[in-house]
Design a protein around this ligand. Structure first.
Ligand code: FES
Ligand code: FES
Length: 160
């Protein structure tokens, strides 16, 4: 089956069995290795991508679901000012996600701030709960998201 979609701003077409996992299409056909393969069961969050502005686990997505859709991976998001706000915020707070979970944490933070520019600590913790990480401090990460939110508000409005 030929499946066309927009990937990080470019029109692409792949030939694939319709039920192939989208994560494998991204990594193997397009070399987009920032989307990480973890549990392959929709539980760890490491493979999060945006499909039509929704945050979804690419491991659970059959490739046909992307037909005519708009897909953004961490590689596409990296060039945006919102990425810079988050990257800077994480650095400011000393939150230092590993290479395995950083794309998931960054994209999840973006989704949260799109919906809620000033999230509370509880809202941040809830948003991040879809990512399994037992190796780093969630307090630092929460502070990182708060700093990212502030960076974004300052850039958007010049306000605190
Ligand atoms: S690899 Fe997709 S949620 Fe774990
Ligand atoms: S899995 Fe990356 S810091 Fe825990």
């Amino acid at each position: 089956m030929k499946i066309s979609f927009t990937l990080n701003g470019k029109e692409v077409t792949v030939e694939s069995p319709p039920y192939a996992r989208f994560i494998h299409i991204l990594r193997e056909r397009f070399g987009l290795l920032g989307t990480k393969e973890g549990c392959l069961q929709g539980k760890c969050g490491f493979c999060f991508i945006f499909l039509n502005a929704e945050l979804v686990p690419a491991c659970m997505l059959p490739v046909f679901s992307a037909f005519r859709g708009n897909v953004t991976t961490i590689e596409g998001f990296r060039s945006t000012p919102e990425f810079s706000d988050i990257e800077k915020g994480f650095l400011q707070a000393g939150a230092n996600p590993c290479g395995f979970c950083s794309s998931a944490k960054i994209l999840t933070t973006h989704k949260l701030l799109e919906e809620n520019p000033s999230p509370s600590e509880a809202q941040i913790r809830k948003a991040l709960s879809g990512i399994i990480c037992r190796c780093t401090s969630y307090s630092c990460l929460v502070e990182g998201v708060k700093a990212a939110a502030l960076n974004r508000r300052q850039r958007d409005h010049g306000s605190r």
